[in-house]
Write a protein that binds this ligand. Structure first.
Ligand SMILES: Cc1cc2nc3c(=O)[nH]c(=O)nc-3n(C[C@H](O)[C@H](O)[C@H](O)COP(=O)(O)OP(=O)(O)OC[C@H]3O[C@@H](n4cnc5c(N)ncnc54)[C@H](O)[C@@H]3O)c2cc1C
Length: 284
């Protein structure tokens, strides 16, 4: 059980077991972000919001949240931004290469609490990875939800990710998928919203009293997004945040990801705002 009293995906017999996975497809989403579609040697079940450790043999590993639906178990997508040593190598893998997966670890989005609700999903940059997983998982049983509003941000048009999927997503009558970019550099085409993603909240038309919102993105966006949603009237316990703290082991042994009484890896990465709001430096 995790803090939402949910069963986690499956008991992990050996949390260090690395499952080999073949790189099946590589999608260049933006100059710095790639999605790898992986085919694990055995089924690798997870619940949307949980994370995995991705190993590049001989190089290292890092925590990433699957970006695919948890209803798909033959393949698993990870969307990775190039930020440093390991991710540089993640970006070098080719179709047919073998990487490793361990996990899944941590808490997941409490889908049962979203049923019958008007859900808001707010994210930016590579924070869209777990949100795409959540969104695709919700679409699988879209009849269970009243509506899904997805506000997605990027720095510039060429930094937008999942570009080829947007038209399909917008065809769902219950879905409102709106994008915004911070700026449009000269020469780039864009006919959607402009401004940091939180400006889209001005268009929001959801009763905040009893509806949930899910937020994931760079720390500054998480902070101002959360504060704006509170101002709008959302309740602290209905705001779900994915906390991507620096972590290594993934299951509470190395103690790198402590947030007050919690481990971001074991008790998170999904927390409600009221759980962590009084802890120090949650936005760092
Ligand atoms: C639960 C969780 C889920 C994540 N999901 C994604 C995802 O879906 N896509 C994605 O692109 N990134 C994700 N990240 C961040 C990703 O793990 C780091 O960007 C990656 O590990 C950096 O490795 P590096 O060796 O390339 O970077 P480094 O050269 O080590 O450092 C570059 C930057 O990455 C940060 N970083 C380094 N190691 C970690 C770490 N273990 N955890 C967090 N930040 C780190 C450093 O503070 C630094 O700012 C997630 C992180 C967590 C904790």
């Amino acid at each position: 059980m995790n803090q939402f009293n949910q069963e986690v995906a499956e008991p992990i017999v050996n949390p260090y077991e690395v499952v080999p996975a073949e790189v099946y497809e590589v999608i260049q989403e933006s100059p710095l972000i790639k999605t790898l579609r992986l085919k694990p040697e055995r089924k690798f079940p997870f619940k949307t919001g949980q994370f995995i450790e991705l190993t590049i043999p001989g190089i290292g590993e890092g925590p990433f949240t699957p970006s695919s639906s948890h209803f798909i178990d033959e393949t698993l997508d990870v969307t990775v931004m190039k930020t440093g040593f390991v991710t540089e190598y993640v970006h070098k893998v080719k179709i047919g290469d073998i990487v490793g997966l361990r996990g899944p670890y941590g808490s997941h989005y409490p889908l049962e609490k979203f049923e019958g609700k008007d859900l808001l999903i707010l994210g930016g940059g590579c924070g869209l990875a777990p949100l795409r997983s959540l969104f695709l998982t919700l679409l699988h049983e879209v009849e269970k939800y009243n509506s899904i509003t997805f506000y997605a941000g990027a720095k510039t048009p060429k930094d937008c990710i999942y570009k080829d999927e947007v038209t399909g997503w917008r065809k769902y009558p219950k879905v409102k998928f709106i994008r915004s970019v911070d700026v449009v550099p000269e020469g780039e085409e864009w006919n959607e919203d402009v401004g940091v993603v939180t400006v889209l909240l001005k268009q929001l038309n959801i009763d905040p009293e009893n509806n949930p919102a899910v937020v994931c993105g760079p720390p500054i966006m998480m902070k101002f997004g959360t504060l704006d949603l509170l101002k709008y009237g959302y309740k602290e316990e209905n705001l779900y945040l994915s906390m991507e703290k620096k972590m290594y082991c993934g299951f509470g042994q190395c103690r790198h990801c402590v947030i007050g009484p919690y481990f971001a890896c074991k008790d998170g990465p999904v927390f409600t705002y009221n759980q962590i709001k009084d802890e120090e430096e949650i936005w760092d």
